[in-house]
Write a protein that binds this ligand. Structure first.
Ligand code: AHG
Ligand code: MN
Ligand code: MN
Length: 336
């Protein structure tokens, strides 16, 4: 058995900037994840269900657990010496870490503290998603430009799923590894080394309630998934949890595709580029899959706003390529 801590020490030489800071950051995120996991697990007993009465910058109602998870991550990341700036889906603006200026902090961490908040009350899997960059600004506290980097600049990314077991999955650009939390010893233990997503999957995950509003290419692809065809093992299976991180995790292991397209009134879809799309796109590419907005590689998109949204299609390589064919053929205009 190998713990996350042991794995990080052993692999430190593989990390892009092997001075130990990235290892410490990952360890800090692991600690925050354990605390969030504890609260998620006893949420029904701890008066932590429900809304806190505020909305976030994106107009979404905040839940108490969204805010709790956000605070845990901010505390864990800003109390270490590695971060010069952090930003999260639940905060209006980025948070410069002033007290780390003199320490030469190099890292930028962006995160979705709790993904799948609409599922919190119902014992359905939810998660945390994080994305780590090196700063691009030269000095002082971290700035907006440090947070607005294209996903291809990520040096690490990962997620934690609070599911039937709790798992942490991450990449530092040398493959994808998954760790299962063993509550009896309080450690994440390596359970899924070097994860690869099957090239051809048989699961599609999309909110079909919005079908009528989807671009023509996406509608045609969904119909394609539903057709009977023995050689390609269609119809595919439809699975949609409504927590992107959980849908992603299942599709990563089993093979499949997650789609959140643009739709009428929402030309940019719903999913956030920097907090959700980029980290999962980095992981899926590292696992051999693909992530696109229908036309462009997700990791190539340079964000212009912190809370920018984008349509996203990601998962098994051949499934993503198929959707792109349909988009090109039937949607004519780009998805965005
Ligand atoms: P969050 O809970 O962080 O706001 O994200 C929810 C996202 C994503 O996780 C999920 O797949 C999607 O919203 C579900 O949206 P719909 O209910 O529109 O399908
Ligand atoms: Mn989310
Ligand atoms: Mn969230």
């Amino acid at each position: 058995m190998k713990t996350l801590g042991q794995f990080i020490i052993e692999r430190q030489k593989d990390f892009p900037y092997a001075k130990g800071e990235l290892s410490r950051l990952l360890r800090d995120i692991g600690i925050a994840a354990k605390v969030i996991n504890r609260e998620v697990n006893k949420a029904g007993l701890a008066n932590i269900f429900g809304y806190n009465g505020n909305t976030n910058i994106q107009g979404e109602d905040q839940k108490k657990l969204d805010v709790f998870a956000d605070e845990q991550l901010i505390n864990a990341l800003t109390s270490g010496d590695e971060c010069c700036v952090v930003a999260s889906e639940e905060n209006d603006s980025y948070i410069p870490v002033e007290h780390n200026i003199s320490k030469g902090a190099k890292y930028v961490v962006l995160f979705d503290p709790l993904d799948g908040s609409s599922n919190i009350e119902y014992n359905v899997s939810i998660g945390t998603i994080f994305s780590i960059y090196r700063r691009t600004s030269e000095s002082g506290a971290g700035q907006l430009e440090d947070c607005l980097q294209a996903g291809k600049n990520q040096v690490a990314a990962g997620y934690i799923v609070y599911g039937s077991s709790t798992m942490l999955v991450f990449t530092t650009g040398r493959g994808v590894n998954g760790f299962t939390y063993d509550p009896s010893i309080g450690e994440f233990c390596l359970s899924h080394p070097d994860i690869k997503v099957p090239e051809d999957g048989h699961i599609y995950s999309v909110n079909e309630g919005n079908y009528q509003k989807f671009p023509e290419g996406i509608k045609k692809y969904i119909k394609y998934c539903q057709e009977e065809d023995e050689p390609t093992k269609r119809p595919y299976t439809s699975r949609y949890i409504g927590s992107m991180v959980s849908d992603f995790h299942r599709n990563l292991l089993a093979g499949g595709i997650y789609i959140y397209p643009s739709y009428h009134n929402n030309p940019k879809g719903k999913i956030r580029l920097s907090y959700e799309c980029n980290p999962l796109a980095y992981i899926i590419e590292q696992a051999g899959g693909m992530a696109t907005d229908g036309v462009n590689r997700i990791l190539d998109i340079k964000p212009t706003e912190l809370h920018q949204r984008t349509p996203i299609i990601l998962g098994s390589r051949n499934m993503v390529l198929k959707v792109m064919d349909f988009v090109e053929k039937y949607s004519q205009v780009a998805l965005i």
